[in-house]
Design a protein around this ligand. Structure first.
Ligand SMILES: NC(=O)c1ccc[n+]([C@@H]2O[C@H](COP(=O)([O-])OP(=O)(O)OC[C@H]3O[C@@H](n4cnc5c(N)ncnc54)[C@H](OP(=O)(O)O)[C@@H]3O)[C@@H](O)[C@H]2O)c1
Length: 346
């Protein structure tokens, strides 16, 4: 059976990556390729890699979208709040790549400065509808399977949480520091002064600390009681990729073997998360174009701290790849369908 799929925000980086992945998906047919200002423009004018012929971007028509088997939303969170709620109410499964539904209503107010218009659909609230889930399958797979509105995680939270989650029981609450670096596609296609080649090339800078919006998302969805997190993102001169370096103080008696065992145990059956040997470190290029996440940890007995590094492609496991992984679960397909390509390297 082939599922009829729509993508809203198909002209953006996340939407374009979805188009690339879905071109090779055996059970999904992209029927609607909707954009906002790019409506009517040839797809090939933005994504020459897709060989899309003369197909153009469609208009956003909520009635047409509601008739599909699943819709990916890859827009800013404002339009996603409206469209996601409308499609959910119409009974159409949605995977939303934005932050519209990831936090609780209180968290949304705290980190996005807005009242959530549909608190019943705010995945971060314990009392949110059963039909809503945070789309990190490695931690919340059964919730994703039974949901119809998926709040796909942010790129930084995906990298940080996958690295830290297995270590929650081994570390001291309140001791976590996440230091992460992203390529410029993490900021989307829209032209911004700080993303000009002349600014980014041969430069490296931090931004938005200590209140980057993903801080609240990491704290909300890191399981257990690791408490407040200090998070500093950085922009690096590369197109894609995130490397998160996370630090935590270990409880007394926790050894390097305990740390490595916890990581291996957590991910032994996971198709997309690969634990490296201690002393070897993930690199972003190895994940480019894939849905993978590479994790490694080193433990320093001198400081009693663990350092976990985790790498993903921000447009892969950090956005479109993870969204497709969730969509496969929602539609009852094999989770890795269309996602088995490994990274392009070098
Ligand atoms: N880039 C990443 O690595 C990444 C990772 C995880 C999550 N995300 C999230 O995914 C979403 C998309 O990110 P992106 O990087 O793909 O952004 P982007 O490249 O800037 O693309 C944004 C898309 O949204 C559409 N859009 C803009 N304003 C709209 C409106 N008012 N109504 C409907 N559609 C509108 C744009 O259409 P037009 O171009 O036609 O105007 C475009 O297709 C964002 O919420 C972002 O936070 C991004």
């Amino acid at each position: 059976m082939t599922h009829r799929i729509g993508i809203v925000g198909a002209s953006g980086y996340g939407g374009g990556e979805l188009l690339r992945l879905l071109a090779g998906h055996p059970a999904m047919d992209v029927e609607v390729v909707a954009a906002h200002s790019q409506q009517g423009a040839p797809i090939s004018s933005l994504f020459p890699n897709l060989a899309a012929g003369d197909r153009v971007f469609d208009a956003i028509d909520p009635d047409q979208l509601a008739d599909l088997d699943l819709v990916f939303l890859s827009t800013p969170h404002g339009p996603a709040l409206e469209l996601g709620a409308a499609l959910h109410d119409a009974g159409t499964p949605v995977v939303d790549l934005s932050a519209a539904f990831r936090l609780s209503a209180d968290g949304f107010r705290e980190w996005y400065g807005e009242e959530h218009p549909r608190p019943d659909l705010a995945a971060g609230d314990a009392e949110a509808a059963d039909t809503v889930a945070y789309g990190l399958p490695e931690l919340y797979r059964e919730d994703v399977r039974r949901a119809t509105l998926i709040a796909n995680p942010g790129c930084y939270p995906t990298a940080a949480i996958l690295g830290l989650a297995p270590l929650v029981e081994l570390a001291h609450a309140g001791s976590v520091v996440v230091d992460a670096k992203s390529g410029t596609s993490g900021a989307g296609r829209e032209a911004k002064d700080r993303l000009h080649f002349t600014h980014v090339h041969a430069d490296f800078t931090a931004y938005a600390a200590p209140r980057h919006r993903h801080t609240g998302e990491i704290e909300r969805w890191l399981p257990g009681e690791l408490g407040n997190v200090s998070f500093t993102p950085h922009l690096v001169p590369m197109s894609r990729g995130i490397l998160a370096t996370s630090y935590a103080s270990l409880r007394e008696g926790v050894s390097a073997d305990d740390v490595q065992s916890a990581l291996l145990q957590a991910y032994r059956d996971e198709p997309f998360v690969h634990v490296l040997e201690p002393g070897t470190f993930p690199n972003t290029k190895a994940l480019g174009g894939s849905n993978g996440c590479h994790v490694s940890a080193v433990t320093d007995p001198r400081t009693s701290r663990v350092t976990v590094t985790s790498a993903i492609d921000n447009l892969g496991k950090g956005a479109a790849g993870q969204a497709l992984q969730c969509a496969n679960l929602v539609l009852g397909l094999d989770e890795p369908t269309g996602l088995t390509a490994i990274g392009v390297y070098p």
